[in-house]
Design a protein around this ligand. Structure first.
Ligand SMILES: Cc1cc2nc3c(=O)[nH]c(=O)nc-3n(C[C@H](O)[C@H](O)[C@H](O)COP(=O)(O)OP(=O)(O)OC[C@H]3O[C@@H](n4cnc5c(N)ncnc54)[C@H](O)[C@@H]3O)c2cc1C
Length: 481
């Protein structure tokens, strides 16, 4: 592809995605363009990186890449810290290969605040990625407000930009045609933008750098292949929640994500349509933690699935989840107060209120739930999977969420508990998909069903019907107390 064609293609992909976050202009004294990796923690197939690199080339400046991890965000724990830190050596190696300056800033208690502010103040332009949920909008806006440098945020979360659906979508059926119409423009590999200016030979970052050799496996060259034990030692020294243990089953980072994608395409995409709902089979991709932390992007996954040899029905079912369902969740996060019950449709709000005083089979405490001490063995097994593995099988996740209504005083309490348990334990938690999933359990994006106790006309799910529908014994044995 000629560089002109690549540039046209990149403009097409970035259409509707770049937003100036403040009124500041470019800083004439700035000696570099700064890319802050927030929700998209990778360089490959990342539109925020592509935009930043193009801006740097236009300005004839080097690009400097900053990735960070705070210890003070809600639910920061050994589990999430290890996963993010495992991705750092991959990003360092990729940046080196591309000839970019890269640093990972790991916040420690003894550090003074303001590392990013000070670095930003020295940049000509700051580019970051935009995510409509969790701490991301507030921290992006805070930076934009506090620096006298232009801050640009690139909506790089979905295959199709958020701007393609400017209103709150009612359901998958309303967003699906809009997404499908836009796919020919956006479901295209991002062209590589090569740096025109070399990274500065010496760069003063202004903060203590995370030394990649301390967290890389000694058996491999420095900055490739993370060493979980070294990372765990590092995490032990940080003021984060040490009761939520790292998950050995799912290692963080782009290389781990690519390996998982490869095995999914070969072994589990064929048959995905029919088998993905079988809890005992685990026939899904398990890519959600990598998507959540941005170690792999939806575009790369979608293209790989599309180009695979899997049957058409399996590809279509997977792309429906990965693109339509995921981007419906992003739409909800961007266009509503998605961490509250505000987005509930009127019929759901009314029916849940009408049934709020229905007798519950049992009212459980938060800690009984956290310890998997409900009267339901299927729910308890799902909760144990969440605590041990940081994930719940996709089908059971729906049952897990809805069942909380049975043991909570009302929908607001059930919603709070979904948010608390999932945010605390799920590797893919604190995501647009999380809040969308909880609200779906309470009626969002759904329709009324025949009326029942407690649920009213909100769709109910029961463990009994799950046991009748699926062979649950292997799952229950795997997640036994
Ligand atoms: C109560 C509840 C809570 C949930 N919490 C989360 C969460 O914290 N994080 C999260 O990523 N997803 C969440 N989901 C959505 C879904 O269950 C997970 O995305 C899926 O199980 C992840 O496993 P996977 O990667 O193997 O999915 P696959 O079946 O392999 O699907 C591939 C990708 O498609 C997307 N996807 C799949 N199903 C959905 C869906 N229903 N809605 C939106 N996107 C979807 C995900 O990004 C997923 O990684 C929740 C759903 C419910 C009902």
């Amino acid at each position: 592809m000629t560089s002109r064609a690549a540039d046209v293609l990149l403009s097409q992909l970035l259409d509707g995605r770049v937003k100036g976050m403040n009124d500041a202009s470019e800083n004439p004294k700035g000696a570099f363009v700064l890319l802050w990796l927030q929700g998209q923690r990778r360089l490959r197939q990342n539109l925020a990186y592509a935009h930043a690199q193009r801006r740097a080339n236009e300005l004839s400046l080097p690009l400097v890449v900053y990735e960070a991890l705070r210890h003070d965000y809600p639910h920061a724990s050994d589990r999430f810290h290890r996963f993010v830190l495992e991705g750092a050596p991959d990003n360092a190696a990729d940046a080196r290969k591309r000839g970019l300056a890269y640093a990972f800033y790991l916040q420690r208690p003894q550090h003074k605040k303001g590392a990013l502010l000070q670095l930003s103040a020295r940049a000509r332009v700051v580019v970051t990625d935009w995510l409509p949920t969790f701490i991301h909008p507030a921290q992006t806006k805070a930076l934009a407000k506090r620096v006298n440098v232009r801050v640009e945020a690139v909506d790089a979360a979905g295959v199709v930009p958020l701007s393609n659906s400017p209103q709150l979508e009612l359901a998958a059926r309303t967003i699906r045609p809009k997404i499908h119409r836009a796919l020919p423009q956006f479901l295209v590999r991002i062209p590589e933008v090569k740096p025109k200016v070399d990274a500065p030979a010496q760069f003063d970052w202004g903060f203590e750098l995370l030394d990649m050799s301390t967290i890389s496996s000694p058996s491999k060259p420095a900055a490739s292949g993370a060493d979980a034990r070294a990372i765990d030692r590092l995490c032990a020294s940080l003021p984060i929640d040490h009761s939520v243990a790292p998950v050995d089953l799912l290692r963080g980072g782009t290389q781990a994500a690519l390996a998982r994608l490869k095995s999914f395409l070969a072994e589990r995409l064929p048959g995905y349509d029919e088998r993905r709902n079988q809890p005992s089979e685990s026939h899904t991709s398990w890519l959600s933690p990598y998507l959540h932390f941005g170690h792999l992007g939806p575009l790369e996954i979608a293209l790989a699935a599309q180009e695979s040899d899997a049957p058409a029905a399996d590809k279509a079912a997977f792309l429906e989840e990965l693109i339509v369902r995921r981007e419906l969740a992003l739409n909800l996060a961007a266009r509503s107060a998605h961490t509250t019950l505000d987005p509930l449709p009127n019929w759901a709000r009314q029916t849940l209120a009408d049934h709020a005083s229905d007798p519950r089979p049992a009212l459980l405490t938060d800690s009984e739930l956290e310890r998997s001490e409900s009267p339901d063995p299927v729910w308890n097994a799902a909760q144990r999977q969440l605590v041990r593995e940081g994930r719940i099988h996709g089908y059971l996740r729906m049952l897990w969420g809805k069942s909380l209504l049975l043991w909570s005083t009302d929908a607001a309490e059930a919603f709070r508990r979904m948010m608390w348990l999932n945010d605390k334990y799920a590797l893919d938690g604190r995501d647009a998909n999380s809040y969308c999933g909880f609200l779906w359990c309470l009626g969002v994006h759904d329709r009324p069903f025949p009326e029942r106790a407690i649920f009213g006309t909100v769709r109910s799910m029961t463990s009994r019907s799950t046991m009748n529908k699926f062979e649950m014994e292997p799952y229950l044995a795997r997640y036994a107390p």
